[in-house]
Design a protein. Structure first.
Length: 474
């Protein structure tokens, strides 16, 4: 899910048998007659009952024809349509690192013509860690191709560098390790010693789905699907009938696919208004003593409180676009509050991570800087009491990374906070959200992760408390 054809948005940067929902939109905003033809064909073949053994196919979902886009692929013009799951369904993969992905952000309906015949396929792209670091390049990861009812049509492995392998059950292929940056599951039972005394390792890629929303515990579920093992995947060499699914899941800014929708990138991420000149001086009042107690609070300003939405129409974050006009998108923010209490003396410092220059999805990287966020509002927080060792580990992490590059996809304000907390052995979920031309951590998802999960030692609050800086020292 790297290129989602939605309204342009920026970030500062959450099983039971059901039938699919037909969308109720009476007209398509795109007047391209090819979309109307694609929709008519899909509706004529989508009435069959979904396979009960495919949890992704039986879950309630809606085809968003109002967001349909015409793309140019190797087979010619095709229609790409987002598929939205009604419940908060998430996917974790062995090649996607410790990240959680929205299934809705990974899944599209692809309708195209080949040799005069229409085809309708559900494509689900599971990105690997290489693609997460460079979402504007060629897609790399696993692509599942299925029909609407959940029958498997093909599975492809897109490797960094452009090589493609196709799963062929029962085939014999050389067991070649995957790229070093891609994590993979290796079972001890899969290691064998051949007569030549060469150790062969069978590398397998697996996806796990789950719903950890606490809104209705009885409706929660989790599943895992059969792994795709590399020895059963053979190279795809100039297959004349292959569809370039990597371009489809990669989107308009990937390697080759072009969309007919507008991709203007005119809005930018807000920069800090109260930058911290010297973080060591800012933290100098914190002293490691055996008589003090230590607390860290992660504060999340969700764009739309109580939802995983990555944006909303508002200018509450004060960001501006390149022309100096108010940005109508509120993309939220995540920041940390550190507090040391010694007797009646309280030291508090607020810190958040920002770009020093304007950042936007098509220009996502800038020098980073820390900001004093004592005046920043938030709607949900999680507080943790920690030992002095873990507290100062987090302060050190913040100091060491204070001038790191701000990257909208890989090191934004939310990523920075998650990583700093991990240095103190506080491990919050890394849920990946998507926006036009990018994907990464975001305040909407982090806020809902905090709301939905009872982390050990965490005090959750949905009431904003006073978090002004406090305490002075020589």
């Amino acid at each position: 899910m790297k290129r989602i054809y939605n309204l342009f948005v920026l970030l500062c940067v959450g099983l039971f048998f059901t039938t699919c929902k037909k969308d109720t939109h009476s007209s398509l905003p795109n007047a391209d007659p090819f979309i109307a033809k694609a929709k008519a064909y899909f509706l004529s073949v989508s009435s069959a009952t979904s396979r009960a053994d495919n949890p992704r196919a039986v879950a309630a979902r809606t085809v968003r024809w109002d967001q349909a886009t015409v793309v140019n692929l190797s087979v010619g013009r095709a229609v790409l349509v987002p598929v939205r799951y009604d419940k908060e369904l998430f996917i974790r993969t062995t090649q996607g690192g410790p990240n959680n992905f929205h299934l809705s952000n990974l899944t599209h309906l692809l309708v195209y013509q080949s040799k005069g015949l229409f085809h309708a396929e559900v494509i689900t792209g599971f990105p690997d860690t290489n693609y997460l670091w460079h979402p504007r390049g060629h897609f790399s990861g696993i692509v599942y191709v299925e029909d609407w009812v959940g029958n498997a049509l093909a599975k492809y492995l897109y490797e960094q560098g452009g090589a493609i392998r196709k799963a062929v059950p029962g085939s014999v292929a050389a067991a070649v390790p995957p790229p070093a940056a891609v994590s993979a599951s290796v079972s001890p039972a899969a290691v064998s010693v051949a007569p030549s005394n060469v150790v062969t390792i069978e590398v397998c890629y697996q996806i796990t789905g789950y719903n950890y929303s606490t809104a209705s515990p009885d409706e929660g579920f989790a599943w895992s699907e059969a792994p795709v093992c590399r020895p059963s995947m053979v190279p795809v060499d100039d297959d004349p009938v292959a569809v370039d699914y990597g371009d489809a899941v990669g989107g308009a800014s990937g390697g080759g696919g072009t969309a007919s929708s507008s991709s203007a990138a005119s809005f930018s991420i807000a920069i800090g208004h109260n930058l911290i000149a010297n973080i060591a001086d800012y933290f100098k009042c914190f002293i490691n003593t055996p008589f003090s107690t230590y607390q860290v609070m992660v504060c999340v300003d969700q764009p739309k409180p109580g939802t995983r939405d990555a944006w909303t129409f508002s200018a509450s974050d004060g960001s501006v676009d390149i022309g100096g006009k108010t940005n109508p998108f509120d993309v939220g923010h995540t920041f940390l509050v550190f507090t040391e209490t010694t007797g009646g003396n309280v030291i508090t410092r607020n810190v958040g991570f920002y770009p020093t220059t304007l950042v936007q999805p098509l220009s996502p990287i800038a020098k980073g800087a820390l900001n004093d966020d004592e005046m920043h509002a938030y709607n949900i927080s999680g507080s943790f009491t920690v030992s002095s060792t873990l507290f100062f580990n987090m302060l050190t992490n913040v100091e060491q990374n204070s001038k790191n590059t701000y990257d909208l996809d890989n090191n934004n304000c939310t990523t920075f906070a998650i990583n700093a907390l991990a240095a103190g052995h506080i491990y919050l979920p890394s849920t990946i959200g998507s926006w036009l031309f990018g994907m990464g951590n975001d305040p909407g998802d982090l806020g809902e992760d905090i709301r939905a999960t009872n982390f050990v030692g965490m005090t959750r609050s949905t009431d904003q408390t006073v978090h002004m800086n406090a305490g002075v020292c020589n």
